[in-house]
Design a protein around this ligand. Structure first.
Ligand SMILES: Nc1ncnc2c1ncn2[C@@H]1O[C@H](COP(=O)(O)OP(=O)(O)OP(=O)(O)O)[C@@H](O)[C@H]1O
Ligand code: SF4
Ligand SMILES: [Mg+2]
Length: 336
């Protein structure tokens, strides 16, 4: 695969609070590897605390200085599509890349927007941060981006302050800001979680349209498998900081190979269940990041566990072409 992004062995550790002197670290993301091809949407799914946001912040190099990051984040950097390891780029080079070649949208648009600045000016500022153009040109590009994200009467709405817009409109402004410089890769971290179901569906449709229109490559992060199934081509499932399964959407939804994914699928909410409580129906809780040890992270909750599961971090095994699962017990080859 000719990847746009290739993450290899990404590990993120934080000092355990109150133990700075003892140097104890907790692992938020462990040996994470995945690739995204140009134009592809990879869905990254996992419950709260599994390391999704830490992963996206690592890709953007926006983690706090206390984070210890290792591994490789190989990205094809324009103009020549040279493969560069983002973890090795200078802060200056990274700043140029952020917002132009890789952009991100966050879960909560309200906190990301400046309340005392017109939204059009905020989008225009994102343009001027990376292009030497006049204020008028930047404003025109901002209005055009707001038009791209289907904000009706964009030139008028651009003059509004955030509080004059609905939650869905504010998220559209955030998306406009993310795409205004035509990034190659868009990282969307729970972009619809704060929105009600109707607006959520509209935003997902918008992202699908933008993907077609601009050939966007996307890392789409959500705790909600049902949402991921609507946008992703391939799905990566995270549990307690590590990837437990990855495959095409069909692999994951029709033939899940890891006990955790199977549990998630049986817990996918129906219209009549509470979406927020859906993932809690798998018995037990996620181990805290600082207790992730040498065992399979899912061992305390797994009905398939055998003694070795508590003694050894299981490897990813290929269970079908391009379909990987971190459970050698359930996916043992016959006769082993
Ligand atoms: N700055 C930090 N310092 C210490 N630990 C952190 C820091 N940021 C995140 N963590 C820890 O890393 C782990 C993964 O957190 P992360 O925010 O990536 O989860 P998530 O999958 O995005 O969850 P959610 O669905 O709730 O957004 C958690 O245990 C969290 O407490
Ligand atoms: S490795 Fe063992 S504990 Fe982990 S998911 Fe597989 S069977 Fe369950
Ligand atoms: Mg998160």
């Amino acid at each position: 695969m000719h990847s746009l992004l290739e993450v290899r062995g990404l590990t993120v550790e934080f000092p355990v609070r109150g133990t700075a002197s003892s140097g104890r670290l907790s692992t938020a993301v462990r040996e994470l590897s995945f690739e995204i091809a140009p134009g592809e949407v990879l869905g990254l799914v996992g419950e709260s605390g599994s390391g999704k946001s830490v992963t996206s912040l690592a890709l953007m190099r926006l983690l706090p200085p206390s984070a210890r990051v290792s591994g490789h984040i190989i990205f094809r950097v324009l103009p020549n599509q040279d493969q560069r390891d983002l973890l090795q780029l200078s802060e200056d080079n990274m700043r140029q890349l952020r917002g132009t070649q890789i952009a991100m949208i966050f879960q909560e648009p309200t906190t990301a927007l400046n309340p005392v600045m017109r939204v059009g000016d905020q989008v225009a500022e994102a343009v001027r941060a990376h292009n030497k153009i006049t204020k008028k040109e930047a404003w025109d590009r901002a209005v055009s981006a707001m038009d791209d994200v289907a904000i009706a009467d964009a030139s008028q709405r651009a003059r509004d302050y955030p509080h004059q817009l609905s939650g869905g409109m504010r998220q559209r402004v955030m998306i406009a800001m993310a795409i205004v410089n035509r990034p190659q890769l868009l990282i969307a971290d729970e972009p619809t979680t704060a929105l009600d179901v109707t607006i959520q569906a509209q935003i997902l449709e918008l992202l699908a349209n933008l993907r077609k229109k601009f050939g966007l490559t996307m890392l789409f992060i959500s705790h909600d498998l049902a949402v991921v199934s609507q946008v992703a081509d391939r799905v990566a499932v995270m549990y307690a900081g590590s990837l437990v399964e990855m495959g095409s959407k069909a692999d994951i939804f029709r033939a899940p190979a890891h006990p955790y994914t199977r549990g998630l699928l049986s817990a996918v909410p129906t219209l009549t269940t509470d979406r927020n409580s859906a993932l809690r129906t798998i018995e037990g809780t996620v181990p805290s990041a600082d207790s992730i040890s040498v065992a399979c992270g899912f061992e305390p909750r797994c009905t398939f566990r055998i003694p070795v599961c508590a003694q050894k971090f299981p490897p990813l095994v290929e269970v079908g072409a391009g379909h990987w699962a971190r459970c050698p017990v359930v996916n043992r080859s016959p006769g082993v």
